[in-house]
Ligand binder design. Structure first.
Ligand SMILES: NC(=O)c1ccc[n+]([C@@H]2O[C@H](COP(=O)([O-])OP(=O)(O)OC[C@H]3O[C@@H](n4cnc5c(N)ncnc54)[C@H](O)[C@@H]3O)[C@@H](O)[C@H]2O)c1
Length: 283
């Protein structure tokens, strides 16, 4: 490793340490979800993993439906070591049979399904290209739509029969701030996330009579990468100047909004999209 590379690595490590020192997430967590069962798709990494931990701390038993089976069982093992109840279900959200099995296993293990966090997406762990709109491979476009959008529909369809039986359910879809402002690159990703807003509104109208709320949480650019390199950190830092709350967004910034929409505190709120972005874009 030459001197420049060494310096970059040290700078990047220092910046990470600095962020870890900001103790912004040290507050008492309410226990609004005792007795509830939550499914988080893509809960093995990043924002989904942070949501799993928050929902468990609020009292829910949590099912992690993940493509990355190793990551999911690691999160479950850690949770169980801390005394929480959790289950890993290796699954592809784009596969209808997998989603039906996810719901079946959740009911077999925990007897009910109260919360679905539709978080899984092709974005970081399963990467996508950052190409201009006319250079995206049409197969990649289809895959992104299948996972990011159709996956939400398949997961929702699988859990709604149980929620209807209970006459209670909370569906929280993870969107993205990019859908509100547009972006010249990754147009397939942004389009899939714009679809999440319409999906949320329509499903909310379809399920209100069943006592099920459907809402969307739209994060801003978030440092959710587990081992970010220098370029990633720079990209995440580049939006700081636009934010009213001028710092890097982290997965823990998003979990409060997700837990709110998963809790009875939001029982009269449905079809809404909440931007969690430190005020970089306001609506
Ligand atoms: N990180 C950001 O800047 C950002 C910004 C706005 C919105 N989001 C959204 O937040 C959510 C989480 O993103 P993240 O930043 O934690 O990225 P991530 O890639 O780490 O998380 C996505 C998770 O989904 C899983 N996954 C991917 N394809 C799957 C499939 N077919 N079936 C099941 N699981 C699958 C991955 O293994 C991963 O655990 C996504 O919906 C993303 O679009 C992220």
């Amino acid at each position: 490793m030459n001197d420049t590379m060494l310096k970059r690595e040290n700078d990047s490590r220092e910046r990470k340490n600095e962020m870890e020192k900001q103790d912004v997430f040290n507050y008492e967590i309410p226990r609004r979800l005792v007795g509830r069962v939550a499914i988080v798709t893509g809960g093995g990494h990043g924002i989904g993993k942070a949501c799993v931990l928050r929902l468990a701390k609020e009292g829910a038993r949590v099912v992690i439906a993940e493509l990355d089976a190793t990551a999911a069982s690691k999160v479950v093992t850690n949770l169980m070591e801390e005394g929480y109840d959790a289950l890993a279900v290796p699954a592809d959200v784009a596969d209808e049979a997998n989603m039906q099995r996810m719901a079946k296993q959740a009911i077999e293990a925990f007897g009910r399904i109260d919360i679905l966090v539709n978080n899984a997406a092709m974005v970081i762990t399963v990467p996508i290209s950052r190409l201009p709109f006319d250079e995206i491979d049409p197969d990649e476009w289809d895959r992104v739509m299948r996972v990011n959008l159709k996956g939400m529909w398949l997961a929702s369809r699988a859990v709604v029969p149980q929620m209807r039986k209970q006459r209670y359910g909370k569906i929280v879809n993870i969107g993205s701030g990019t859908a509100f402002i547009g972006r010249a690159e990754r147009i397939h990703y942004v389009t899939s996330k714009a679809g999440v807003i319409g999906f949320t509104r329509s499903l909310a109208r379809a399920l209100g009579k069943d006592g099920i709320t459907v809402n969307c949480v739209a994060p801003g650019g978030t440092l959710s990468e587990e081992n970010p390199d220098e370029d990633t950190i720079k990209r995440r830092e580049s939006v700081i100047a636009m934010r009213a709350i001028a710092r890097v967004e982290r997965p823990e910034d998003i979990v409060g909004a997700v837990a709110f929409f998963a809790s009875p505190d939001s029982d009269f709120i449905t079809g809404q999209s909440l931007l969690v972005n430190g005020g970089d874009f306001m609506q």
